[in-house]
Design a protein around this ligand. Structure first.
Ligand SMILES: [Zn+2]
Ligand SMILES: [Zn+2]
Length: 263
């Protein structure tokens, strides 16, 4: 069987893709990236994500509020997310969580909006996509207290220590690695890439941000998830096929993608 990669985190509705979206999809197919998730960060991008994946067989969407945007949510945001989440194209809630690195929303508001969305995650029994930066202590406290759903979740663009990865996996999370794992001098991240069991590992681009080597500094796109997979394969001393097969089947399982549903 030919190579099939799954980019579990993209922002394809970003205006950086507006001019050449069909070329982006062509390069994605050429690279063997047969599936991708389009991830939201606020109400507007939740609607855009759902619209973007409609009638695109390899694409699915998430809806949710990023911690940066927690301060600006409309009063009825939970009802609007719940309504969007029930559409067949939507397979997860997120990205949500805490970001104390940039602190774009006040921390108490980040925590409130995160916990309100976690309640929705449990109510709808959906997988959750977590964004966390410089806030692991508070994030784990909230997750321990509130919990996620039986559907599990993913720590997207993971940047923590091995101990944190292990605790997240014990809570039912997958660990997703993005472009930074290919950068030089990221010793901790390369250690994670080697130690995470293959049945807990996902890959992503987070495009248009964070392009991997050798495309670092340019616009990122789903085709480049192949560089992430290749680098992890090299670090682990296994074939690209083995990384592709495991990460793709993990994503299909987590997001409950129908097997016939490929690009
Ligand atoms: Zn993020
Ligand atoms: Zn993102």
């Amino acid at each position: 069987m030919s190579l099939e990669l799954f980019d579990t985190h993209t922002h394809l509705y970003d205006e950086q893709f507006a001019g050449d979206l069909e070329d982006v999809f062509d390069r994605m197919a050429d690279a063997g990236v047969t599936r991708a998730l389009c991830i939201a960060f606020d109400i507007n991008s939740s609607e855009k994500s759902v619209a973007m994946v409609k009638n695109r067989p390899g694409l699915r969407a998430s809806v949710g509020i990023h911690p940066h945007d927690a301060e600006d949510v409309p009063a009825d945001y939970l009802a609007r997310l719940a309504e969007l989440a029930r559409r067949p194209e939507v397979v997860a809630l997120g990205e949500m969580g805490l970001d104390y690195y940039r602190d774009l929303s006040p921390r108490p508001i980040q925590q409130k909006v995160f916990r309100e969305q976690l309640a929705l995650v449990r109510e709808l029994n959906m997988p959750v996509i977590i964004h966390v930066r410089d806030a692991f202590g508070d994030l784990l406290d909230i997750l321990r207290k509130d919990g996620i759903s039986k559907a599990g979740g993913v720590m997207h663009c993971f940047s923590g220590s091995w101990e944190m990865a292990r605790e997240c996996m014990q809570m039912g999370f997958y660990i997703s690695l993005a472009g930074p794992v290919t950068f030089k001098n990221v010793v901790k991240l390369k250690e994670i890439a080697v130690r995470v069991p293959l049945d807990r590992l996902l890959i992503e681009t987070d495009c248009p941000y964070l392009a991997p080597e050798p495309r670092r500094g340019r616009r990122n796109e789903p085709a480049f998830v192949r560089y992430v997979a290749e680098h992890i394969a090299e670090l682990r001393g296994v074939s690209l096929e083995e990384i592709a097969q495991n990460t793709t089947s993990n994503a299909i399982k987590l997001f409950k993608i129908e097997p016939q549903f490929s690009g």
